[in-house]
Design a protein around this ligand. Structure first.
Ligand SMILES: [Zn+2]
Length: 439
């Protein structure tokens, strides 16, 4: 179960506690709510306390990054907090495109074309990729502030290239169910483009296949392996690829997969930034993660993958009803000074202040509407309007035009949208505690 993050009187992180314990502390008045998302409490009396080692584990993905806090208890490793961080890659691309187009249609004086005066910095990443790195780091740094994290762990590459190089040269035992076997399989799938080497089928399970069969003295080296569908594998039988009518397969297999294909620029950029945080950093391969997850029979999910990263992911206890916090990157405001019509002419007056009636777009709010057709209870993200009639977006949809008097702030805008996945952020604690936030 998702634990509650705990801070002491001096805002130093303590060991995250069970939600029932947090509720008790809040009801006794010994603690106050520090943050709603992720749910964090601050103790009023205590200063300092015992902490167990906690590792933050990250599985960086292109759309979603999984984050898991794993505590090393006496009885074993256990996931105590998890988050699913959704990035905004496409949104950034769209916004930059729109900015470019607006600038292009702007009427400005003639400027002589300039060229050859731009250079990209070393390690430059496209803005959408850079945002993934920054989002992930933001959350690593935030969680370090609110929980006693003393080591980092992340998935860096898909498979161990060093191991594969050896495998190309000297061969490995690649039996199924073994770590090396998983790595070899991942590598071969990548090398052969995730399709049958003979019939190019992609829609069926692929098997590891010996180009020169073992019965004819073929080796277990990766340069003698390919992937094939069951049908082709059966049909080929004890023939070599050349006899089977595919002479160039042998040639293709001799070329090792280029390093570039195995390297993911974003992950390396993230690794470089994590490496300087000053905590021990463990790296794992995708093959290892998958192997750990399968062995422990966990379903596929980014945060579960995160918990299974590397050596330390071999034995991790995950509660079946653990609901991770859904975090979605939304960005802050827009740089556009006013709205334009379809010809690029200004349509509205220049934008005014962003705060209306004490609310700002992006705040997480609660609205209890007591009368009218919109009667009901809403918890979600607000979009403010100067008129005082705001829109609220909840997981079920958007409701427009609810007066500002109905709204209660529960979390100020911090660039992310949170969706209720946590068990503990519901009415029970809010009734017990005064809605005053310590922060
Ligand atoms: Zn086939």
């Amino acid at each position: 179960m998702q634990r509650v993050l705990v801070l002491d009187k001096g805002k130093n992180p303590l060991m995250p506690c069970h939600s029932a314990r947090a509720r008790q502390l809040l009801m006794q008045g010994k603690a106050a709510v520090f943050r709603q998302y992720p749910f964090t409490i601050i103790l009023k009396e205590r200063d300092g306390g015992d902490v167990q080692p906690v590792t933050i584990k990250v599985d960086p993905g292109s759309k979603t990054t999984g984050i898991a806090l794993v505590a090393d208890f006496k009885q074993g490793k256990c996931v105590i907090w998890a988050g699913k961080l959704t990035h905004r890659g496409q949104q950034i691309r769209d916004r930059l495109l729109s900015r470019r187009q607006i600038r292009r249609s702007r009427k400005t004086r003639y400027r002589a074309p300039r060229f050859l005066n731009r250079r990209r910095a070393e390690g430059w990443l496209a803005p959408s990729l850079q945002s993934r790195v920054e989002n992930t780091l933001t959350w690593v740094n935030r969680l370090r502030r609110w929980s006693p994290i003393d080591s980092l762990s992340m998935e860096l590459v898909r498979f161990d290239t060093q191991l594969m190089q050896n495998a190309e040269i000297s061969g490995v035992e690649y039996q199924q169910g073994e770590l090396a076997g998983y790595q070899v399989r991942e590598y071969l799938l990548e090398k052969w483009g995730r399709k049958c080497a003979y019939c190019h089928a992609t829609d069926r399970p692929l098997e590891i296949e010996h180009i020169t069969p073992k019965s004819r003295g073929g080796s277990n080296r990766v340069s003698n392996l390919t992937v094939a569908c069951h049908k082709c594998n059966r049909r080929k039988g004890s023939q070599t690829a050349t006899e089977f009518g595919y002479p160039n397969i042998q040639q293709q297999a001799k070329q090792p997969l280029k390093d570039a294909a195995a390297i993911n620029a974003t992950r390396w950029a993230l690794w470089r930034r994590m490496d300087v945080l000053g905590l021990p950093l463990e790296v794992g391969t995708g093959g290892h993660t998958k192997f750990n997850r399968r062995k422990q029979d966990y379903p596929k999910s980014h945060w579960i993958d995160a918990a299974c990263v590397g050596e330390s992911g071999q034995q991790v206890c995950i509660s079946p009803n653990h609901a991770p916090l859904q975090i979605k990157a939304m960005g802050h405001q827009s740089r556009q000074m006013c709205r334009v019509d379809k010809y690029g002419f200004p349509r509205t007056s220049p934008k005014q202040g962003r705060v209306h009636f004490g609310f700002q777009t992006g705040d997480m709010v609660k609205a209890l509407v007591t009368k009218g057709v919109k009667r009901g209870m809403y918890v979600g993200r607000v979009s403010v309007r100067a008129s005082g009639f705001f829109n609220i977006t909840t997981p079920t949809g958007t409701t427009q035009g609810i007066g500002y008097r109905y709204y209660t702030p529960i979390h100020k805008s911090d660039g992310y949208l949170y969706e209720k996945g946590e068990a503990l952020c519901s009415a029970t604690t809010r009734v017990a505690v005064s809605p005053r936030q310590v922060q």
